[in-house]
Design a binder for this molecule. Structure first.
Ligand code: ADP
Length: 165
C-alpha cells in the first residue's frame, strides 16, 4: 500500500497509554511518518513533566525511530504544524462521547489554518475504555495499571505515586 505524508498526533500523553500506542502503530502503516506532539502547557498541571512524557514515548517507539518522531509543542498546534510542514492532524476516537470535543477542535484548527485536515482513527474495543486520567485515578490508589499502559509507563506511574505518599 502506498503511504502518504506526515501525520501529527497531538496530545497531553500524561501518561502514554496502550490506546495511544495502538493509534500510532496503526498510523505508521498509513503515513510515512507520525510525529507524536506532546503538549507543553505550563498552566495545565500534569503528573509527568514534558521531558518525562517525551522520554516515555521515545522509549516505547524506539523500535521505529525512522517513522515515529517525538516532539513537544506549546501555543497553537497549527503553528507547530506549519513549522514542520505537516498538514494532517491525527486524533483517536474512543466513543461518541469523544466526538463533540474532537469535532470542535477539528473545526477550530481548520478555521485557524485552511491547510490542515484532522483525520480520526477509531480505537479497538480492548483500548476503548482506557484514558490517561483513568490510569492516574487507578494508580493513585495503587491499583494495577499494567494492562493499560506500556511496562515502562506502568513503572514510572507507580514510582510517581510512591514518591507522593
Ligand atoms: P488531549 O488532552 O489532547 O485529549 P490525550 O493524551 O488525552 O490528549 O489524547 C491524545 C489523543 O489520543 C486524543 O485524540 C485522544 O482521543 C486519543 N486517545 C486517548 N485515549 C485513547 C484510547 N484509549 N484509544 C484511542 N485513542 C485515544
Amino acid at each position: 500500500m502506498a503511504k502518504a505524508d506526515i501525520a501529527v498526533f497531538p496530545g497531553s500523553f500524561d501518561p502514554l497509554t496502550n490506546g495511544h500506542v495502538e493509534i500510532v502503530r496503526r498510523a505508521i502503516t498509513i503515513f510515512d511518518k507520525v510525529v507524536v506532539a506532546v503538549l507543553s502547557n505550563p498552566s495545565k498541571s500534569t503528573l509527568f513533566t514534558v521531558d518525562e512524557r517525551i522520554k516515555l514515548a521515545a522509549d516505547e517507539f524506539s523500535d521505529c525511530k525512522e517513522c515515529v518522531e517525538i516532539s513537544s509543542f506549546d501555543g497553537l498546534l497549527v503553528d507547530f504544524m506549519q513549522g514542520i510542514e505537516a498538514r494532517i492532524i491525527l486524533r483517536g476516537l474512543r466513543a461518541i462521547s469523544d466526538f463533540d470535543y474532537e469535532a470542535q477542535m477539528a473545526h477550530m484548527n481548520r478555521n485557524l489554518s485552511c491547510e490542515v485536515e484532522t483525520l480520526f482513527l477509531t480505537t479497538s474495543e480492548k483500548c476503548s475504555y482506557i484514558s490517561s486520567s483513568l490510569v492516574k485515578q487507578v494508580a493513585q490508589f495503587h491499583g494495577d495499571v499494567q494492562k493499560l499502559v506500556p511496562p515502562k509507563v506502568a513503572l514510572a506511574v507507580k514510582q510517581k505515586y510512591i514518591n507522593r505518599k
